[in-house]
Design a protein around this ligand. Structure first.
Ligand code: 6PG
Ligand code: SF4
Length: 603
């Protein structure tokens, strides 16, 4: 194994130094919480009676106080195919707990939005803030203070970040994330994309489009593109918060069940009652955050994590920013290509060697911290192996070389010498650009811009043929304080058609894109946002805008300083958006995590 990469070491030391005050305050908090909330029998008998009343056959075990009591926080609902399997989990997890003399109770539930259902609809304006609602809901669940350890049932975009942010405020407890796994592979992603572009051009019917979409998203389990949900699973492995190798084992399989069972048995051992105390707040430290960032860059993960990772880190007192991510990006090679960054999906990725291969390669090259505290039985090197069954027994095996070098390659022969995401900056602000999902020949676009203030106007202009030229499409007032920073992924088919017609096309927005977005160059998360007079608010149709991922440029030749900004739009109501006014009002910038909850909570 090589020594730790110099850039990794330098960035890690910088993050440790910057985080000293906040990390120290956080560690003091979880120490106090452990002392005050670590022993459930310290509360009154009526508190205990209320907590035990619904426990049925577990009541006697709870009263005895002998075994660990595990709190399950579940984000089950039928809207997310990824979360649908969780409906049956609590009863199974309770059985596994009883096997070791422990108990498990559902501590509470959290909401979960399916960004695929809300994509392009007004509900998407609640999506980013639903992350903080999930964190708040997890805190409500864990505030019952009845638990010696917790299990987080959540997979998708905002849910894992929200659950982790909430659980970190109870970081005196051990926590294991329990994924449910990807659905079996549907039609090829290229075919899905082809039918979408045909529909965008009016060459496919709605019935044909629906048939194609349902052949792609067809059953319980996580969608199999490498978007934010599957990037979450990758990051949980990189932070050692899963049972090793749990990320991409399909629902309903014997191996899935064995891993779920191991999570219950393991979390009981990690608590203060167990013999291997590993509280979440000590697992998620500066090195774990750096490992997560490295995983994001090495696998071409979702751009949404440029927002969620700083937020998750802040919840543990760690301050991580886009300069850290950008510097790491120049040191971490791209060693995986999973759709939208390639043609294979996460099932193909897993079968090619998956996260065990990625972690093994990164550790060998000194591109990940080997000494993080994990929830596994050993150390982080366990995560470079893959789980399997020998009869009923759960075992871990060496991974070996990549089984498909169109998807997974060694650090010595990467797809790209540097990571899948770049920081752009200039007189239009700072933005993220996902290089892993865009052909390098399209990394530079310099063209007159067309300025829009919502997605529908872009679609109308496209249909009217107004965009059939080299163009930088600017969609502004999509930032967190404007309208909750929605994903603008529905723009991809139309912009993809323009690109296929031979035009140089780029998108610039203070909004987000989906982790599944690709093909079209996009400078996203522009900060400061347009609302309140940010640079994008001063752009006008025809200004020449330069987007360049090679040089990191995001500039215009217009004289912005001598222009009045466009008027801030009035926030829309409907779909419950008016309930989120407080989150819009106090949200901080995308680079800080776009969170009113963290900003007003002093984190
Ligand atoms: O960040 C993400 O990964 C996306 O939010 C994803 O969860 C969302 O569901 C996409 O919209 C799916 O892609 P399609 O819309 O192309 O199906
Ligand atoms: S991956 Fe996206 S589309 Fe699929 S279930 Fe999760 S949130 Fe919904």
């Amino acid at each position: 194994m090589s020594n730790l990469n110099d850039t990794l070491h330098k960035v890690t030391q910088r993050v440790i130094e910057r985080s000293k005050p906040s990390r120290s305050a956080y560690l003091d908090l979880i120490r106090r919480e452990g002392d005050n909330m670590g022993e459930r029998n310290a509360v009154s008998c009526s508190n205990l009676a209320h907590a035990y009343a619904g426990a049925l056959e577990d009541q006697a075990a709870l009263v005895s106080g002998r075994g660990a009591n595990i709190g399950i926080v579940t984000s089950y609902n039928d809207m997310l195919s990824a979360h649908q399997p969780y409906g049956r989990y609590p009863d199974r997890l309770k059985i596994y707990a009883r096997e070791i003399g422990a108990t498990a109770q559902v501590a509470g539930g959290t909401p979960a939005m399916c960004d695929g259902v809300t994509q392009g609809e007004t509900g998407m304006e609640l999506s980013l803030f639903s992350r903080d609602v999930i964190a708040l809901s997890a805190a409500v669940a864990l505030s019952h203070a009845m638990y010696d350890g917790t299990l987080m049932l959540g997979i998708c975009d905002k849910i894992v970040p929200g659950l982790l942010m909430g659980a970190l405020r109870f970081g005196h407890l051990p926590t294991i994330f329990v994924p449910s796994g990807p659905m079996p592979t549907g039609i090829p992603n290229k075919e899905k994309q082809r039918v979408r572009q045909l529909y965008a051009e009016g060459k496919a019917t709605r019935a044909e489009l629906l048939a194609s979409e349902m052949a792609s998203y067809h059953s319980p389990g996580t969608c199999t593109f490498f978007g934010t949900a599957n990037s979450n699973q990758m990051m949980m492995e990189m932070m050692g918060l899963h049972i090793p190798g749990s990320a991409f084992i399909q629902p309903g399989t014997q191996l899935r069940q064995a891993l779920d069972r191991e999570a219950v048995h393991r979390v009981a051992a990690l608590g203060r009652k167990g013999d291997d105390y590993r509280p979440l707040g000590l697992c998620v430290d500066e090195k774990a955050v750096i490992n997560a960032a490295v995983g994001l860059l090495a696998t071409g993960g979702s751009t949404n994590h440029a927002i969620h990772l700083p937020a998750m880190a802040r919840a543990a007192g760690v301050i991580f920013d886009w300069d850290d991510l950008s510097e790491l990006s120049h040191a971490v090679p791209l060693i995986a290509q999973v759709y939208p960054n390639g043609s294979g999906d996460v099932n193909n990725f897993h079968n090619a060697g998956g996260m065990g291969y990625v972690i093994g390669e990164l550790l060998e090259a000194g591109l990940a911290h080997p000494d993080i505290l994990t929830v596994g039985r050993g150390d982080f090197s366990d995560y470079a192996r893959e789980p399997g069954l020998e009869g009923e027994e759960l075992v871990w095996r060496e991974v070996g070389p990549s089984m498909d070098d169109t998807m997974l390659r060694p650090v010595s022969n990467p797809f790209k010498p540097d990571g899948g995401m770049r920081l752009l900056q200039g007189n239009l602000g700072r933005a993220c650009f996902k290089t892993s999902a865009v052909d390098e020949s399209r990394w530079t676009v310099e063209a007159p811009c067309r300025v829009f203030e919502d997605q529908a106007s872009v679609a109308a202009a496209f249909k009217a043929g107004e965009l059939d030229r080299d163009v930088v499409v600017v969609v502004r007032f999509q930032g967190p304080r404007a309208n909750g920073m929605p994903e603008l992924h529905k723009l991809t088919p139309a912009l993809g058609v323009l690109q296929d017609r031979g035009f140089k096309v780029a998108l610039v927005t203070d909004g987000r894109m989906s982790g599944a977005s690709g093909k079209v160059p996009a400078a996203i998360h522009c900060t400061p946002e347009a609302l309140g007079g940010g640079p994008l608010a001063r752009l006008r149709d025809g200004d020449v805008v330069r987007v360049c991922a090679a040089t990191g440029d995001l500039n215009t030749d217009a004289d912005l300083a001598n222009r009045e900004p466009a008027l801030d739009p009035i926030a829309d109501s409907g779909t419950g958006r008016e309930l989120f006014g407080m989150m819009r009002r106090f949200a901080d910038g995308a680079e800080q995590g776009a969170s009113a909850m963290l900003a007003t909570g002093g984190m």
